[in-house]
Design a protein around this ligand. Structure first.
Ligand SMILES: [Zn+2]
Ligand SMILES: [Zn+2]
Length: 198
């Protein structure tokens, strides 16, 4: 079976806080041992204006998502959210994602200044969390285990890269081939995967 290693959380320079160019992501990701990258800029999927989604000429699989900010935490969204309204409450956002058949991942759920509210997880509005975030402190990542025990959340990993050095430091290993956004969403919902340091 073909497994694939994805960095699930990457910011291009479309995000005002990131120095990481799309060109560098495309040319360097495979050298860093990745087969796939999810572009998750802050509150936008504008990356679609620059490249095509899916398998690139060099074999790298690129999936378009976004990191959506709410007052109850940041969520990595995968699905038809190119024109999603910004500023929704977390509950409204997560219900919208479910309605549209997408997936939301709680980003860095225990980060001290951008945590995810526990009631969202407890109530089953979000069932996948970032178990390893490359920019978190170790204790912030370690805290995720408590939610796995309490709520049975599933875990992914992403670097949260804002620079080339950070790209691919953390990844998610999927036990199936992924060639498109639809494949990726299906894998998150139904597949087997685990977070790992790369
Ligand atoms: Zn964030
Ligand atoms: Zn981020």
């Amino acid at each position: 079976m073909q497994s694939m290693k994805f960095d699930l959380h990457v910011h291009t320079s479309i995000s005002p806080c990131s120095q990481l160019s799309l060109d560098d992501i495309l040319s360097q990701a495979r050298k860093k041992g990745l087969q796939g990258v999810c572009i998750t800029d802050h509150d936008t999927m504008d990356v679609r204006r620059y490249i095509n989604e899916g398998i690139q000429n060099n074999g790298l699989c690129v999936i378009f998502g976004m990191e959506y900010a709410t007052q109850e935490g940041d969520f990595l969204l995968f699905g038809p959210f190119e024109r999603i309204k910004l500023g929704l409450s977390a509950a409204d956002l997560l219900n919208n994602v479910l309605d549209k058949g997408g997936v939301a991942v709680s980003a860095h759920p225990f980060r001290f200044n951008r945590p995810t509210s526990e009631h969202l997880i407890k109530n089953g509005l979000c069932t996948i969390v970032e178990g390893i975030n490359g920019r978190n402190h170790q204790n912030e990542n370690d805290s995720v285990a408590s939610w796995e025990n309490l709520y049975g959340v599933r875990q992914v990993g992403g670097s949260d890269a804002h620079s080339l050095e950070e790209l691919g430091r953390v990844a998610t290993l999927f036990q199936q081939p992924i060639r498109s956004r639809a494949d990726f969403i299906d894998a998150l919902k139904n597949g087997r995967y685990s977070p790992e340091r790369n």
